[in-house]
Ligand binder design. Sequence first.
Ligand SMILES: NC(=O)c1ccc[n+]([C@@H]2O[C@H](COP(=O)([O-])OP(=O)(O)OC[C@H]3O[C@@H](n4cnc5c(N)ncnc54)[C@H](O)[C@@H]3O)[C@@H](O)[C@H]2O)c1
Length: 311
Amino acid sequence: MTLEGKVAIVTGSGRGLGLAYAKELARQGAAVVVNDIDAAVADAAATEITAAGGRAIAVAAPVGPTETAQRLVAAAAEEFGRLDILVTNAGVLRDTVLWKMSDDDFDTVIDVHLRGTFTCVREAASYMRANEIAGRIVCIGSPTGQRGNFGQTNYAAAKAGIVGMVRTWALELKRAGITANAVIPVAATAMTATVPYFAAAVEADEKGEPMPAFFRHDLGFGTADDVSGLIAFLSSDAAAGVTGQAIGIGGDRIQVWSHPEPALTAYREGGWNADALAAEFAPQLAENLQGVGESFPPLPDELQRPAQSPA
Ligand SMILES: NC(=O)c1ccc[n+]([C@@H]2O[C@H](COP(=O)([O-])OP(=O)(O)OC[C@H]3O[C@@H](n4cnc5c(N)ncnc54)[C@H](O)[C@@H]3O)[C@@H](O)[C@H]2O)c1
């Protein structure tokens, strides 16, 4: 597998998962436009890639507005002559329960994740179509978008919306040979470092030690580098037939998420009024209620940390 001759943009790639993606794409031969809202980490990332023999430039700008999307695509075209790959990874959290979530908490998360993905993909896909490039769009979802999570109304909306857009783009971009997929990562980064349940795993990662098998295997929770191989694969010619998918990855685990399908179908001639629903449908519904949220197994004793509450 190689990405030699290809040009990529990775948003939010100054640190965390995005940095791992940018480094892996560069290691596989792609020239990379590193983007971050934080200019210092964006510059440091581009310098690190260049020092390792890769090709990279930094564009410090906030993902969300159309102007940033235009700047990123223009930078790829002007600096490296084309654009083949877009990874929309930039993200922020503003977690709190619904009744405490402000308009600003909601708008900030929607703006960076959902609007930022929309504006960047619109710009990149337009460029790829105009230049007849069979490009690769890789968008970043989350388990929260797939199943919901306590305290994450804004993030759940944004991440579920991203997977919904990916399904639509897979249809719209198929004729142009452009693929669009979502990756659902789970890894130790600044975003997960504060979750008490993952403390022992983050601690091991920070010490440079291997993560306990319980995290890597049972929970599918690993390092940022564990995710980057999937990003590179989906960005390559080898993944030409893969589009419209949501693929979960973390630690030793990879999973294909199903798209929502009807879990129960019932018919009644003349339709379903409230009485018929109560009498005929309710018993079937009771046996087919769908679960929400992610369920985590209890932490083994040796991985418990002081002052830790279960996730
Ligand atoms: N860490 C996980 O386990 C996990 C799980 C599911 C999804 N994700 C998603 O993966 C992506 C990366 O997460 P991470 O854990 O590496 O987080 P992180 O906080 O370590 O990194 C996010 C990066 O995005 C940058 N950023 C924030 N707002 C930006 C903006 N408007 N424009 C450009 N850059 C911006 C930040 O400065 C930071 O460098 C996010 O989309 C996140 O929602 C992460």
